[in-house]
Design a protein around this ligand. Structure first.
Ligand SMILES: Cc1cc2nc3c(=O)[nH]c(=O)nc-3n(C[C@H](O)[C@H](O)[C@H](O)COP(=O)(O)O)c2cc1C
Length: 379
């Protein structure tokens, strides 16, 4: 697990920093990778409210060039982001508040580009120190970060706060130290691994052969997806609409995928990759036929790429996508062609990985799934 701690006190050896020590120690004892970043010594200008970041797709997009760019890289590296701050006038310190405001560019919610969140899947947590009793001193910030997470579709893991009754000594008590350690354990239990390096050990990826294709191959695969928003084309632009439904596959659909899609693909020299968990159940797959098409035979279709619901957000999709791109290059394709599901989550995956609207539309594929977005990936 990767944890990035932003420390917002102007006092590098003050109360908040002191509380971070046992917290970091505990994280590291549990093999977490930790980045600790003090903010008082960084050059971070306040947000100027120009909204330029809302016009830039798939990238942070802030026009100001200062230390925030490097901090954003660390933020995006992390599975869990911890804001450690003293309370100043019921809020975070100015350094911390500037960072929080400058994170606006991570949410593309306020412009015309497709709605997306660059740090989707991340969790936030808060460490606060304050002079008043905890609820009166830190309650407002706690509630603010909670609302921020709800708004951004992120997980809030909660706050650990300690009151400053006796300066530094208040943060060196057994109780304060134990609390910091327990909070570290709590966030490690609740946070979700989102980075590619988090593919669980013991998972096995291989190319499938016809001998693998027994009808129950997808028996334990869980397609479940609660879709809330989908892209639709309006006046030539992609717009996210509130369209909700549940995606499931029953036994018949699973059998058809194995007996038709996988079988046809392998029989016609295409490739199907399967990822198997420790119990040898297939929990992710990708299907790449070998037939080139397009005006210059530039395209190869990435026909299916799916990850079972309990295994999502740990890099399996990206790993399978990379296997497809390598293979497609070897087969002489210049681009992958993908008829992508219009759900917000699928669109996030494909745009984040670098797919764009296809230059040439394959009418046959577009007709098969009229709500899909026809995309391509340049190899
Ligand atoms: C300018 C300033 C404003 C403060 N405002 C508050 C406040 O609104 N509520 C509160 O509970 N404590 C407040 N405090 C107390 C600090 O939050 C508390 O002493 C904290 O532990 C200092 O942490 P540090 O040593 O890491 O900087 C304030 C302190 C300063 C210097």
């Amino acid at each position: 697990m990767r944890v990035c701690i932003l420390m917002g006190s102007p006092r590098p050896n003050g109360n908040t920093a002191e509380l971070c020590k046992p917290f970091i120690e505990e994280l590291r004892q549990h093999k977490a990778e930790v980045e600790y970043i003090t903010l008082h010594d960084k050059n971070i200008a306040p947000c100027v409210g120009c909204y330029h970041c809302q016009k830039v797709k798939d990238d942070y997009g802030c026009i100001q060039t200062d230390d925030m760019q490097a901090i954003i890289e660390k933020i995006l590296w992390a599975d869990i982001l911890v804001f450690a701050t003293p309370i100043y006038t019921w809020q975070a310190t100015p350094h911390m508040k500037a960072v929080m405001d400058r994170m606006y560019g991570l949410n593309k919610f306020y412009g015309k580009i497709p709605r997306s969140t660059l740090n989707k899947g991340q969790s936030y947590a808060l460490i606060a120190t304050c002079g008043y009793d905890l609820d009166h001193g830190a309650g407002l910030l706690d509630e603010g970060v909670r609302r921020w997470c709800t708004h951004s579709g992120l997980d809030y893991l909660g706050m650990y706060a300690v009151r400053d009754k006796d300066n530094l000594a208040s943060f060196q008590t057994h109780e304060a130290i134990q609390g910091a350690r327990q909070f570290a354990q709590h966030i490690l239990e609740k946070g979700i691994d989102t980075k590619p390096s988090n593919i669980p050990p013991g998972f096995n990826t291989r190319e499938l052969s016809l001998a693998d294709l027994h009808p129950d191959l997808l028996q334990y695969f869980n397609r479940h997806q609660e879709v809330r928003r989908c892209l639709r084309k309006e006046g030539g632009n992609w717009v996210l609409k509130d369209i909700s439904f549940t995606e499931e596959w029953d036994i018949a659909v699973k059998k058809e995928i194995v007996e038709k899609d996988f079988t046809d693909c392998i029989k016609s020299s295409g490739t199907v990759w399967g990822v198997f968990n420790r119990n040898k159940a297939l929990i992710a797959f990708a299907c790449l036929p070998s037939h080139l098409f397009g005006s210059k035979n530039q395209y190869l279709q990435l026909m299916q790429i799916h990850v079972s619901s309990e295994c999502r957000n740990n890099g399996l999709g990206k790993m399978l996508f990379e296997l497809c791109t390598d293979k497609a290059r070897n087969l002489g394709a210049k681009k992958l062609y993908i008829s992508t599901h219009s759900s917000e989550e699928s669109q996030y995956f494909y745009t984040k990985i670098g797919c764009v609207d296809a230059e040439e539309i394959n009418e046959k594929l577009a007709k098969l799934e009229p709500y899909d977005r026809q995309m391509e990936f340049v190899l």
